[in-house]
Design a protein around this ligand. Structure first.
Ligand code: HEM
Length: 385
């Protein structure tokens, strides 16, 4: 990951230049679409060493729109597996969009295979040998899965955090103060001890992952063959063949573990660090119940990268810019609706939609520059359309 960081920072710089451009005209900045483009540019480079270039050019952005459709389908099948029978039928329906999707992916794959395997330190370079030895059936399906798994969730975490910062001035002040005191220039903001010393930043990221876990679907599990006829969970006998799962959103909003579960309170994570022995039992319960990446052998392989990527995006953005929510109706995008009858009535909660991981809109913010700090971003803005 440290070898990959310069590439990651290049993509983050483009993101910052787009924010800078928005400040020239006080244009509203839609975090969801910009962060998605950034997330996929980063993961595309890591997966196949190719610039998907979603931030600067809309040619490949259709990939994101079609991925959402695909994720809706996968999500339905995951919860109701018999729906799988319709898959072959759906695949037979000719659609221009499906052709575009295949064509863009084919172009990306062809460009990568035209280069020597070791020309880039990307996922392809690591998987190519085991794939050629038959360990994988299809290297490209592994890579598409990796891009899908790693593109959206970091964007969700950044968007959720900016949503809560735009509504919690005290948190906003504590976080900006911490970052602006920890560094003396933007170039210093890289992975390392200075960034790790930003404890409030880490607490804000954890609180964002808690209150808006990007992986929303219940991840079903089944008892393995040859391990008996049943398992006992919390006193309940569950026969083999039954699918069991704990929904992360539900667990993260259980007041027994997270008091005031619908309030954005980064302080709860600082308390965990500072706790003495007398408090530590409740706090360690909280720690154990915090599972945005789940636990065990199938837990997320991207966890370390997530903290690196999200910390860099947030620290760099707050280094250069101040922001507030857009005035008027646009400023409400992403929040709940007090009159909603279906559980989406919490105005102060960033709304996620379960499409296996999550789909969301907003927050829409207005950024302003902080002093002259943006001078080192300025020369590049011509390349940003
Ligand atoms: C905030 C960001 C992220 C969250 C909350 C998250 C969460 C998760 C969760 C809950 C799983 C388990 C899914 C299951 O069991 O069905 C998972 C698996 C996975 N994640 Fe992430 N993820 C994030 C970012 C990433 C990134 C950036 C990458 C790539 C670098 C990534 C790659 C993967 C892969 C490859 C798996 C499958 C692992 C396996 O099945 O062995 N994730 N992630």
């Amino acid at each position: 990951m440290s070898m990959f960081e310069p590439t990651m920072l290049e993509h983050i710089n483009t993101f910052l230049q787009l924010i800078l451009k928005s400040t020239h005209t006080s244009e509203p900045f839609d975090m969801s679409s910009h962060c998605q483009n950034l997330g996929f540019d980063i993961i595309g480079s890591l997966a196949v060493g190719q610039r998907l270039n979603l931030q600067l050019d809309d040619t490949n952005r259709i990939l994101l729109r079609l991925l959402i459709v695909a994720k809706y389908r996968v999500n339905m099948i995951m919860h109701l597996p018999p729906l799988r029978v319709f898959n072959p039928v759906l695949k037979m329906i000719p659609s221009r969009q499906a052709r575009d999707f295949t064509r863009i992916l084919a172009n990306i794959f062809t460009a990568r295979t035209a280069q020597s395997v070791d020309s880039q330190r990307d996922l392809y370079s690591f998987l190519q040998k085991p794939a050629s030895e038959g360990i994988f059936e299809n290297i490209w399906s592994e890579i598409v899965f990796f891009i899908t798994a790693g593109g959206t969730p970091p964007a969700t975490t950044v968007c959720a955090l900016f949503f809560y910062l735009s509504r919690n001035p005290e948190c906003y002040k504590l976080l900006t103060d911490e970052i602006r005191l920890a560094f003396s220039s933007a170039d210093e903001i890289t992975s390392g001890s200075q960034l790790s010393s930003c404890k409030y930043l880490r607490a804000c990221i954890n609180e964002s992952l808690r209150i808006n876990p990007p992986s929303l679907a219940t991840l079903w599990r089944e008892q393995l063959e040859g391990t008996g006829e049943f398992i006992t969970i919390d006193g309940h006998v569950v026969p083999r063949g039954t699918q069991v799962g704990v929904n992360i959103y539900a667990l993260h909003h259980n007041a027994e573990y997270f008091p005031e579960p619908f309030s954005f309170k980064p302080e709860r994570w600082l308390a965990l660090e500072q706790a003495g022995d007398s408090e530590s039992s409740n706090l360690s319960k909280m720690h154990n119940a915090f599972v945005p990446f789940i636990v065990g052998p199938r837990s997320c392989v991207g966890k370390t990268m997530v903290y690196q990527e999200v910390s860099l995006i947030i620290a760099k953005t707050l280094w250069y810019f101040d922001f507030e929510r857009c005035p008027g109706a646009l400023g409400k995008v992403g929040e709940g609706d007090a009159g909603n009858q279906n559980g989406r009535n919490r105005v102060g909660e960033f709304q996620l939609f379960d499409v296996f991981n999550s789909h969301h809109q907003g927050p829409i913010l207005v950024f302003t520059t902080r002093g002259d700090f943006h001078a080192d971003l300025e020369p590049h803005t011509q390349s940003v359309r």
